[in-house]
Design a protein around this ligand. Structure first.
Ligand SMILES: Cc1cc2nc3c(=O)[nH]c(=O)nc-3n(C[C@H](O)[C@H](O)[C@H](O)COP(=O)(O)O)c2cc1C
Length: 153
């Protein structure tokens, strides 16, 4: 099964997990870039507001051709209990075969994020939600393995 991991990450947590998943699945991987500057206090403030308002954003062109993949694994940080504008934009513009989702969060909003992503696309074959603390402490490998094992079935 040909798999692509696609993710957005502002501060590196989701990127770390995306790399771990891609390595375990031996899959391709691509980062989605938001053209809007989300850095710093003001950037975060607007990011939170954009997420609450379910706004779209301008993203850099994604190079990988989705039609070449059987499974796409989409990862996002949780912003204001939902997906990021970059992922919302990407999901809204594409059609998928099989999908799986993962998210990283400070502590709450994962389930709501997955519900929102599913509403825009289709039911995922598996989901993985990780908390920032377990990522920083490197206590996430078991959950990533379990998620990847499900995806390999
Ligand atoms: C604008 C903004 C909003 C956030 N909102 C939430 C939230 O609603 N719930 C939560 O648990 N964490 C929230 N966080 C924390 C991030 O989800 C968490 O730090 C995540 O791991 C960041 O991923 P990244 O390093 O890949 O960008 C928020 C962070 C930012 C910058």
């Amino acid at each position: 099964m040909k798999t692509l991991v696609l993710f957005y990450s502002l501060t590196g947590n989701t990127e770390k997990i995306a790399n771990g998943i891609a390595a375990k699945l031996n899959s391709d991987i691509e980062e989605i870039f938001d053209k809007k500057n989300r850095n710093g206090f003001f950037g975060h403030l607007v990011a939170g507001k954009d997420a609450v308002l379910r706004k779209f954003t301008e993203i850099e062109e994604v190079k990988k051709d989705l039609s070449q993949y059987d499974l796409v694994v989409v990862g996002t940080p949780v912003w204001a209990w939902g997906m990021t504008p970059a992922i919302r934009t990407y999901l809204s513009k594409n059609k998928f075969n099989k999908l799986a989702f993962f998210c990283t969060q400070g502590g709450s909003g994962g389930e709501r994020t997955f519900r929102g992503m599913e509403e825009m696309t289709k039911q995922p074959v598996a989901v993985l939600s990780l908390i920032e603390k377990e990522i920083k402490n490197n206590h996430y490998q078991g959950k990533v393995k379990e998620f990847c094992d499900k995806l390999k079935q």
